[in-house]
Design a protein around this ligand. Structure first.
Ligand code: FAD
Length: 429
């Protein structure tokens, strides 16, 4: 029986493991194993909501072992550390710190990306990155601790008029903007939970961007409108501000004064993990992604597929497909078909990225563009855009759980959020 190993149960990897398990695992045509360093899946585009307490990871998670049991794949928790192409083996370190080697016939690498500090001094030491659920939970704790200690200062009447909680976010992409727009609401909710002197006026949030505007993936007009929405929320949008250094007191731009901050967050871009660079002699890009052919097999080894953020898949327009959940989902579908094609000795399909648009959620509203068949573009705004944004997550759940279970999951989550309405977790749907 063919051994198919998928490393990384994220937006791409878990959908692939589920589809392959349903098709091949069920009929014992192949043994499918998913490996992930965590025990549960949480859709990465929601991490800013975990960090700000809008979303409860304990409600919205999917345990890999349970998913595997229902969809005929095995799950091993462990961190991928090495690859031996000659022996067709990978090395992982499991959660008991033991080193294990696992054989494969077909390997899929889907380990996503990490934040890119572009070598900026001080960033690693002083900034928080929003790389995975653990980082999002840590950021939430940092924010709550900061709010709590600030409350004590107010309660003891030690604060002056100018005292504020200063949060600086570097990176005007979707992650930075969505995170910033949730922060005023988080403070208000915190205030409503008995800390009634806390309000969003006590927050000083900046989104810092090196280029001349935020959200380069969106048309200029839409980005300008989102900038206005952020400014209405009291968020400062600082464009043309290149950060050259981070220190414990804040960010140091190339020109102008230091941007003082109590909490410093870095969301200025992503790269594939450093250890992936030329791993086992595979070809990699400048940002450590593994170069793949249109079939999504690596350029130097047909038995290894790469999907999602860690894949460098060049498109006809001369650009690589972007590191988005949308691309990871589309790659998972082609990878699934190609693995079946290999087993059936059929010709392989080519991956062609279709851009379906981008929607940015801004707490209780959203804005962006929707593309029909990757071409004609339609601007969307307000509740309609918010519904589409929410639907994207529900569609991801439906591809993992099936449509009926996904509906039940959504209803169950709603009940949980209503029940927990006295906590910082507010009802997001
Ligand atoms: C806050 C935020 C908002 C975003 N918003 C959007 C959006 O609106 N639309 C959109 O399309 N995209 C969005 N993205 C980007 C999107 O989340 C990613 O592009 C997408 O998740 C990539 O999917 P993936 O399968 O490649 O990797 P991931 O979803 O990151 O999954 C990688 C998996 O690999 C596991 N892993 C990592 N390293 C190892 C290892 N060494 N060993 C074992 N397992 C490992 C991780 O635990 C994880 O489960 C957003 C990202 C963030 C952070």
């Amino acid at each position: 029986m063919q051994k198919i190993i998928i490393i990384g149960g994220g937006a791409g990897g878990l959908e692939l493991a589920t589809d392959l398990g349903d098709k091949l695992g069920k009929t014992d045509k192949a043994q499918i194993t998913l490996i992930d360093k965590n025990s549960y899946h949480l859709w990465k585009p929601l991490l800013h909501e975990v960090a700000t307490g809008v979303l409860d990871e304990q409600v919205d998670n999917i345990f890999y072992a349970a998913q595997g049991q229902q969809h005929n794949f095995e799950f091993t928790q462990g961190t991928f550390t090495n690859l031996d192409r000659d022996q067709k083996q990978i090395t992982i370190i499991n959660h008991q710190d033991e080193t294990l080697t696992i054989d494969y016939d077909i390997l899929v690498i889907a380990i996503g990306s990490t934040s890119n500090d572009f070598g900026t001094p001080g960033v690693k030491e002083h900034c928080i990155f929003l790389d995975d659920q653990n980082a999002a939970i840590r950021l939430r704790e940092t924010l709550i601790n900061k709010f709590t200690s600030f409350c004590s200062i107010i309660d003891n009447d030690q604060s002056s008029e100018e005292d504020k909680i200063r949060i600086a976010i570097v990176g005007g992409g979707a992650t930075g903007v969505e995170l910033a727009s949730e922060l005023p609401h988080m403070v208000e909710t915190f205030g409503a939970c008995g800390r009634n002197k806390m309000c969003s006026d006590l927050l000083d949030v900046s989104v810092i961007e090196a280029t001349d505007r935020i959200l380069p993936a969106l048309p200029e007009k839409t980005a300008a409108s989102i900038t206005k929405t952020l400014e209405k929320q009291g968020i400062h949008v600082l464009t043309k501000t290149m950060i050259t250094k981070a220190e414990s007191d804040g960010f140091y731009p190339k020109e102008g004064d230091t941007i003082k901050a109590d909490i410093m967050i870095w969301t200025a871009g992503v790269k594939a993990p450093d250890y992936l660079k030329e791993i086992a002699g595979l070809e990699s890009s400048r940002s450590n992604q593994l170069v793949v052919k249109p079939t999504l097999q690596t350029s130097r080894d047909d038995s290894i597929f790469v999907i999602g953020d860690c894949a460098y898949a060049m498109q006809d327009n001369g650009h690589a497909s972007p590191p988005t959940a949308q691309a990871a989902h589309q790659m998972a579908k082609i990878c699934y078909e190609n693995i079946i094609n290999i087993l059936n000795n059929n010709p392989l399909k080519s991956f062609k990225y279709t851009d379906n648009g981008t929607i940015i959620s801004l707490h209780d509203t959203a804005q962006g563009v929707v593309k029909i068949a990757g071409k004609s573009e339609m601007s969307v705004k307000g509740w309609f855009a918010l519904i589409i944004h929410r639907l994207l997550y529900r569609m991801h759940q439906a591809s993992l759980l099936g449509i009926f279970k996904a509906i039940r999951f959504a209803r169950a989550s709603k009940v949980m959020y209503k029940t927990k309405s006295t906590s910082i977790f507010s009802n997001r749907d």
